[in-house]
Write a protein that binds this ligand. Structure first.
Ligand code: R5P
Length: 282
């Protein structure tokens, strides 16, 4: 399969030899407008996979995606698309009157293009993937592999809220470990309250697993609660490591013993590659 990307080139480099990369270039005009051009090898290609993650700067990565898709359509090339991190996905409903539901809007725009197959990875809410008539893939089996290799002590896998219970369960089942979730209430954009549940983690290691670590507020609170209960190591991980502003310091201050995640968003903690998921699908 031929494959191309602008924002996920690191992931592309980890794909096996069955994937042949077509270089795509991005530049900016002096007025700030973007410009996209493929390598001329594109001219002989009938079908391609775009892997384009829509992390920060989201709007630039979105426009790159649109320009890539449209240029490939002009060349009559069949397109498959994997969006490792879907921008705006947390705005998946109207929380207040008169606001835009940007996650669904973006998904609908993507759906307007004639694309053979479309995939998201650990989407925050399936409504968004459905709005683009796509399918969702999970990095949780890769996270389970990663945690298994750490030889944790009587590991407990914990979801920091009800939203990630299914994810934590996939990881726990594969590791043959116990799992549970905490009760989270979001007070504001970066402040959350976490109430402990009756989980016995005393003297055991815990991995908290979520779809996204953004400001780190959720994980920091969860860690404090678990450490108060006598938990040994607390590791914190997610598919998508946004790690906004001082998220890392916040987690360290809360006592987190390790941070892990995938390269859906490049970071120094992105040790798990989603290239393996791409290889399984194509
Ligand atoms: C929200 O429900 C998500 O699943 C994550 O829990 C959330 O995005 C994490 O955000 P933060 O790191 O800012 O607490």
């Amino acid at each position: 399969m031929y494959v191309t990307s602008l924002s996920s080139k690191d992931t592309l480099r980890k794909l096996d030899g069955d994937f042949k990369q077509i270089e795509c270039y991005f530049e900016r005009f002096p007025d700030g407008e973007g410009y996209v051009r493929f390598d001329e090898k594109i001219k002989n290609i009938k079908e391609i996979l775009i892997v384009q993650s829509l992390y920060y700067p989201q709007d630039e990565h979105i426009m790159q995606l649109f320009f890539m898709i449209d240029a490939l359509k002009d060349l009559n090339i069949k397109i498959n698309l994997i969006i490792p991190y879907m921008a705006y996905a947390r705005q998946d409903k109207r929380f207040k009157d008169w606001e835009s539901v940007s996650g669904i809007s973006l998904a609908k725009m993507i759906d307007k293009f004639d694309i053979e197959s479309k995939y998201t990875v650990d989407i925050h809410d399936m409504k968004v993937t459905k709005a683009m008539k796509g399918e969702n893939l999970s990095a949780m089996p890769l996270i389970a592999d990663y945690l298994t290799n750490l030889n944790l002590k009587e590991p407990v896998i914990i979801s920091p809220d009800k939203g990630s219970v299914e994810r934590a369960k996939i990881v726990a089942d594969q590791m043959d470990a116990e799992f549970d979730h905490l009760e989270k209430t979001r007070i504001s954009g970066d402040i959350v309250e976490i109430r402990p549940k009756e989980i016995n983690t005393k003297g055991r290691d815990v991995a908290i697993v979520d779809d996204i670590i953004s400001t780190g507020g959720t994980m920091a609170k969860a860690c404090e609660v678990l450490k108060r209960k006598g938990t040994l190591k607390v590791l914190s991980g997610a598919t998508h490591l946004l790690m906004i502003s001082n998220a890392e310091e916040r987690l360290i201050k809360a006592g987190i013993d390790g941070i892990f995640g995938t390269d859906s968003i490049p970071s120094k903690f992105s040790e798990i590659t989603i290239a393996k998921i791409v290889e399984e699908v194509f």
